[in-house]
Write a protein that binds this ligand. Sequence first.
Ligand SMILES: *[C@@H]1O[C@H](CO)[C@@H](O)[C@H](O)[C@H]1NC(C)=O
Ligand SMILES: *[C@@H]1O[C@H](CO)[C@@H](O)[C@H](O)[C@H]1NC(C)=O
Ligand SMILES: *[C@@H]1O[C@H](CO)[C@@H](O)[C@H](O)[C@H]1NC(C)=O
Ligand SMILES: *[C@@H]1O[C@H](CO)[C@@H](O)[C@H](O)[C@H]1NC(C)=O
Ligand SMILES: *[C@@H]1O[C@H](CO)[C@@H](O)[C@H](O)[C@H]1NC(C)=O
Ligand SMILES: *[C@@H]1O[C@H](CO)[C@@H](O)[C@H](O)[C@H]1NC(C)=O
Ligand SMILES: *[C@@H]1O[C@H](CO)[C@@H](O)[C@H](O)[C@H]1NC(C)=O
Ligand SMILES: *[C@@H]1O[C@H](CO)[C@@H](O)[C@H](O)[C@H]1NC(C)=O
Ligand SMILES: *[C@@H]1O[C@H](CO)[C@@H](O)[C@H](O)[C@H]1NC(C)=O
Length: 456
Amino acid sequence: MFTFFAPLAALAYFILYIVHIEAVQHLNETKWPSQNFTSVPEFHPPVLEITAPEQASKDGYLFFNPGGPAADQVAPLIMDSDGELVWNGPPGLFTFNFGVQQYRGEDVLVFWNGTRFPEPKGRGHGNVYIWNKHYEQIANISLPGNFLEFNGERYPSNIDLHEHYITGNGTILVLAYNITMADLRSVGGLAEGWVVEGQVYEIDIETNEVLFTWNSLEHLDKLPFTDSLYPLGSEGYDGKTQENAWGYFHHNAVTPFTDGYIISSRYFCSAIAISREGEVLWVLQGRDGGDFQLEGNASFCYQHDIRVLSSSLDANNSLASLTISMHDNANSPIDKNKIPTSGKIFDIDLASKTATQTHRYLNTSGLIYGTAQGSHQRMTNGNIFEGAGYVPVMEEFSPDGTPLCRWTFGTPIRTTEGGFLSPEPENVVLSYRAYKQTWVGCPRTTPDVVLTKMQA
Ligand SMILES: *[C@@H]1O[C@H](CO)[C@@H](O)[C@H](O)[C@H]1NC(C)=O
Ligand SMILES: *[C@@H]1O[C@H](CO)[C@@H](O)[C@H](O)[C@H]1NC(C)=O
Ligand SMILES: *[C@@H]1O[C@H](CO)[C@@H](O)[C@H](O)[C@H]1NC(C)=O
Ligand SMILES: *[C@@H]1O[C@H](CO)[C@@H](O)[C@H](O)[C@H]1NC(C)=O
Ligand SMILES: *[C@@H]1O[C@H](CO)[C@@H](O)[C@H](O)[C@H]1NC(C)=O
Ligand SMILES: *[C@@H]1O[C@H](CO)[C@@H](O)[C@H](O)[C@H]1NC(C)=O
Ligand SMILES: *[C@@H]1O[C@H](CO)[C@@H](O)[C@H](O)[C@H]1NC(C)=O
Ligand SMILES: *[C@@H]1O[C@H](CO)[C@@H](O)[C@H](O)[C@H]1NC(C)=O
Ligand SMILES: *[C@@H]1O[C@H](CO)[C@@H](O)[C@H](O)[C@H]1NC(C)=O
């Protein structure tokens, strides 16, 4: 029974208001300030610290999924820009990538659940769930198969926690990780070493049939081990045993584009374009350019959430240029606190082979150094919404880059300059990605209501 406080009718709104008053009286400041509800005692969503709610756009709700060892309540959440709870998912459900997507022409809720291996492994084996506007499950997508993990365990479904992208064709793009053996002598390792392979799948949602498969180890000619910016041995991953398999590639997003798919590889610091046949077409590397010349101050590394915003064709109907966006962490566990994290937009010109950085989104008074996770969203109203992932902060910007509002949950590490650092893994409260999206829920459950006598 998932209770829903829908601000649909005036009566419902009045009840919500009463519940809110109850909540404010019951703040729990010991771990993270949380809201209690008399009507639903098992919900403890965070009280958000909000810098400038009046500057936040009125469009959309916040979709995020607090989790991590220091989270008071692990559950997917929908809140409005003022931090009022709209919907609290099942407490204890540590979802990834909770947000609204479109499937068969309708807005649906999408999230991942499964077995997680937190940072520094940072991967998982699970299923993708799609819920309709009635908060009813309409799909449970799986990837069974012969996958190996560091611990020798097998999982019924092996969809990784990073990416769940529904295409306009009724398919979903997902990632998977498999541990296997490879010759690591080119990077000073064993001839029979252990690596974590990056895989990409396109799955038909209706039938669960796999339509496309891509494996990183089949493309070592274009994507060699020597290109990894996470050297063999980093954080103890020396590739000498199955348990210490080297996560050299660590892909975290895949998105369709005119000629196939674009993969985001965190440790190649690259946007990798592959054809529908899986051939590597080009690589945009954020530090040396890869197949491109980086113009001016263009740079990125350890990025997340690469998306294609637009593309244009030449006279022969070939792709001429495209514009991509990303959350540029610029920080990793082995390279941090030098360059702040920001949202970025790049124009890629395929004829001149150049990449130009056109926009950067960050609050220069409150710099964030995010060593892992995060998201970048262009909202339907054109504003930009950044989720800081490993740092429990979400920000909205105007299209030109003006910071509008910041929402903080949990207890992030603050710098004396007004910014944020990433915590040690045991102190993390995170939301892998976060979105600000429009959504109309029509729950079939009756509201849980407690009427309290109030002083006049
Ligand atoms: C808030 O909820 C917690 C967990 O159920 C409970 O222990 C606590 O007493 C509640 N706080 C208040 C002030 O009611
Ligand atoms: C506050 O949260 C802490 C940590 O989760 C918990 O131990 C404590 O019982 C909570 N107190 C209240 C009053 O809710
Ligand atoms: C979420 O995944 C975990 C781990 O696989 C599983 O134990 C749990 O039952 C799942 N929860 C739901 C609601 O599917
Ligand atoms: C989803 O499918 C998996 C099999 O891949 C099954 O184990 C699990 O129970 C299903 N979960 C729900 C909530 O339907
Ligand atoms: C749908 O599939 C067709 C044929 O493979 C492809 O050309 C088109 O780009 C796909 N559309 C999306 C939105 O993925
Ligand atoms: C995973 O790797 C193992 C070898 O370690 C191999 O036997 C298996 O087929 C691979 N699975 C997939 C799905 O690639
Ligand atoms: C279009 O194709 C023709 C013939 O292959 C070629 O000569 C021309 O340069 C192409 N134009 C563009 C813009 O690539
Ligand atoms: C650096 O990037 C920003 C956008 O991120 C751009 O506005 C600015 O002109 C660039 N500066 C140079 C010197 O290229
Ligand atoms: C930018 O960061 C500063 C320092 O933390 C903060 O005071 C300010 O409110 C932030 N701006 C916005 C719009 O959130």
